[in-house]
Write a protein that binds this ligand. Structure first.
Ligand code: SF4
Length: 506
């Protein structure tokens, strides 16, 4: 019988002798990725402020798909529209856009875990204070928000949301400083964590990045208007130019006289989130002077050097594995093939795990391209493994399509720790790499070989000689467990509330 006619053994690679520890239940429809929680966009000085903001948020949709909002200011009043859903649906009506008058606006979109999305948490948050209106759009997470909130509540503050970002509104409002910028600085000196923040008052728009610059924030411009946003793809969509990054620990004030830069915080070595390069940021964005697409291809090439294997084709787990797989293929000389096709039209409502479609699992989203896989030794490249649920199903699917060997290569080190800096992340006991050693995980996923890029390899791909063990050049805490910003609430036992920013438990 010719080799290609043999029935594939879909259980190949799995060891029947191994007993896996009880693994927690995971929604089989979950894409098994960490999710960036927010994208922010603000513009000052154009008649089309709200329209530009809606387009910017649309470009940032990958940073949050469950709610979005815009607050504009027309010189007399603040106008707000916020809702649950995708940007294109929330801002599709002409009446809504007409209501968002003004030459300045800020917007926000966010991801949250299902069931905890509450309309009152949708940002930008807005309040009246001593200087007029105050709108805030926050990307990141405050790691002492629960402690600060308790203190504020004890002093009489009344909270309207369960979002960590609302503590900033109270701290700004109750500060005794004489200017808005001093009050923002005063408030931020009372919090810990990661923040890339845009605020808007009657007189100005403010952008601030935490002293380590964990989350991104950039400055752009178009026809004399100034933009603050998370990624360059939000500038491209409206034809704006990239000016520069807001520096870690910098505050910029944008008003009718231009852009003023302040450095109100103590200088620290920056610790930008390395996972932005691995997965979160859009591949067409340039982050910290580095093309995200290029960085991912370099990670794939490094992975090929570190973990070579003899095979016939390199197949990405789409879409996030695509650039790393290209890098792997070019470096290894093994042909790149789209051996898995992704259906882009699977909505979140449809993928709720009802019993009638539960058995379909990842097939709703992915299908093996049998013509290219059958009879082949396949190298599957993905960006990360979080719970392991999707990887297992994809490997089964590839074997069922006739692959004779399946080797998995992961473009990040094992994800062994939760993120507390603005990424929706499972608790540590649900991270499969924190529970299983490499060989057990290989057998669990059902592949013939499994390898991750090393930490030094990831840093090399980012243009560093290696990881500086004293002060790493990036935040890599979800791989290393070395958290660069204190986790005060977590240390006080408020872990669940920290990981689920919108939890009613806050
Ligand atoms: Fe990024 Fe991981 Fe650090 Fe979170 S812990 S900021 S995901 S590198």
């Amino acid at each position: 019988m010719p080799e290609s006619d043999k029935k594939p053994d879909v259980s190949a690679g799995r060891s029947s002798d191994l007993r896996f520890p009880d693994l927690p239940y995971s929604n089989p429809f979950d894409d098994d990725k960490l999710h960036e929680e927010c994208g922010v966009f603000g513009i000052y000085g154009t008649d089309d402020a709200a329209a530009h903001t809606a387009l910017g948020l649309h470009a940032l949709q990958h940073r949050g798909q469950e709610s979005a909002g815009i607050v504009s200011y027309d010189g007399n009043r603040f106008n707000t529209h916020r809702n649950l859903g995708l940007v294109g649906d929330i801002f599709s009506s002409q009446a809504v856009m007409d209501s968002l008058e003004g030459d300045r606006a800020i917007g926000h979109n966010r991801y949250s875990t299902s069931g905890e999305t509450l309309l009152r948490n949708v940002q930008p948050l807005f309040a009246e204070f001593a200087f007029g209106g105050l709108a805030i759009a926050h990307n990141g997470n405050l790691t002492n928000a629960i402690a600060v909130r308790r203190e504020l509540v004890n002093r009489g503050s009344i909270f309207h949301t369960t979002s960590d970002s609302e503590v900033l509104i109270h701290l700004i409002s109750t500060s005794t400083r004489n200017t808005v910028s001093d009050r923002i600085v005063d408030a931020l000196q009372g919090v810990e964590g990661a923040y890339s923040l845009i605020a808007m008052t009657n007189d100005a728009m403010y952008g601030v990045r935490d002293p380590l610059g964990v989350r991104p924030l950039i400055i752009g411009s178009i026809d004399g208007a100034t933009i603050l946003t998370s990624e360059t793809c939000a500038l491209d969509i409206i034809g704006a130019e990239y000016v520069r990054d807001v520096e870690p620990g910098e505050m910029v004030i944008v008003d009718s006289s231009g852009v003023l830069s302040l450095k109100p915080f103590a200088v620290s070595p920056p610790r930008f989130c390395i996972f932005e390069y691995v997965y979160f940021a859009r591949p067409d964005s340039v982050v910290g002077d580095t093309s995200v697409y290029e960085a991912r291809k370099r990670i794939g090439a490094e992975l090929a050097r570190e973990a070579a294997v003899d095979a016939d084709i390199v197949v990405p787990v789409p879409d996030s594995g695509n650039p790393a797989a290209m890098g792997y293929a070019v470096e290894s000389g093994i042909p790149f093939e789209l051996g898995i096709i992704r259906n882009h039209y699977v909505g979140r409502t449809f993928i709720e795990p009802s019993d009638s479609i539960r058995h379909l699992g990842v097939k709703l989203k992915h299908n093996a391209n049998r013509a290219y896989i059958e009879g082949k030794r396949v190298i599957l490249v993905d960006d990360s493994i979080v719970r392991g649920t999707t990887s297992t199903k994809i490997v089964e699917m590839v074997r069922a399509a006739g692959a004779t060997e399946v080797h998995m290569r992961i473009a990040s080190p094992p994800t062994t720790h939760s993120c507390y800096y603005g990424v929706d992340t499972p608790e540590r006991d649900k991270l499969i790499a924190a529970r299983l050693d490499l060989e057990t995980l290989r057998a669990y996923v059902g592949v013939d070989s499994l390898a991750y890029i090393s930490m030094d390899g990831l840093y090399r791909a980012m243009g560093q000689e290696n990881r500086n063990a004293e002060v790493p050049q990036f935040c890599d805490a979800c791989f290393s467990g070395e958290y660069p910003v204190a986790l005060s609430d977590h240390e006080q036992g408020d872990d669940g509330a920290q990981l689920s920013l919108l939890s009613e438990r806050v």
